[in-house]
Design a protein around this ligand. Structure first.
Ligand code: TYD
Length: 237
């Protein structure tokens, strides 16, 4: 498969066209950003770790019956993915209260959320990804009602699979963000799943093992990602 022009340069990944219109190449860069791009750093090895981590998680999800964008691992930092028509919303599930939820609502940081909450955000950097609901999605035509229903079902299914996967490796899946796209009439999990887009805490100490280490300047960001990968049995080298 031939790598062609760069189609999209996101904050941490680049998407390239290939000689096959049905497939793209997703490159995981070392760039790490937070606060809508207000803080950006290059973290050595992060692209490789996230690429392999994402590959591992997407394979687990496929095996559990969640259709994903992933096709195959191409190199240390690149994967071949299906060319989806992306839906411009983000789906967030929270199992434990923290982050923006505790700023927005009178909720104590660290409490278990039973049942977990589900939120939609619009993918719009200029507007700082505002929170939206099903009615906004319908009125503005960002997705059909069937697609909204499918995104909810799949995001909760991912929660069932990954909560257990991380719990078995001594971690709490606190919250995470997913993005979906359309592929041959089906709603498919797109983008990535890595510690850049979720919160993971050590089950015993509640130490942060995700991008909050970067947001909060705690250091040891990639080391924490590698620790998560190691605990799950992700092959990094
Ligand atoms: P949230 O608490 O809403 O945001 P913040 O990180 O600003 O406190 O985030 C909930 C989870 O979803 C968290 O794991 C980060 C992830 N997320 C993203 O990766 N990108 C996003 O644009 C949003 C809204 C959330």
């Amino acid at each position: 498969m031939e790598k062609k022009a760069e189609l999209i340069k996101g904050k941490a990944k680049s998407i390239y066209e290939t000689d096959d219109p049905g497939f793209l190449i997703m490159e995981f860069r070392n760039d790490t950003s937070a606060f809508d791009g207000g803080k950006i750093e290059q973290l050595d090895r992060k692209g490789m770790v996230n690429n392999k981590f994402n590959n591992f998680i997407m394979q687990k999800l496929e095996a559990a019956g969640v259709p994903t964008q992933l096709d195959s691992l191409l190199s240390d930092t690149e994967s071949v993915v299906k060319n989806l028509d992306m839906i411009p919303v983000e789906c967030v599930i929270r199992n434990v209260a923290t982050g923006s939820l505790c700023k927005r609502l009178p909720v104590e940081d660290g409490i278990d959320l039973v049942p977990p909450t589900f939120e939609f955000f619009l993918k719009d950097d200029a507007l700082h990804d505002p929170m939206i609901n099903d009615y906004h999605i319908r009125t503005f035509g960002w997705a059909s009602d069937e697609e909204v229903a499918a995104m909810k079902v799949l995001t909760f299914k991912v929660n069932d699979v990954l909560k257990k996967l991380f719990a078995d490796a001594g971690m709490i899946l606190v919250d995470y963000k997913l993005e979906f796209g359309r592929y041959k009439g089906e709603v498919v999990l797109g983008d990535e799943f890595s510690p850049d887009g979720c919160r993971l805490w050590d089950a015993e100490t509640r130490a942060k093992l995700d991008k909050d280490r970067f947001r909060q300047g705690l250091g040891g960001v990639v080391e924490a990602y590698e620790e998560v990968a190691h605990r799950l049995g992700v092959q990094l080298n």
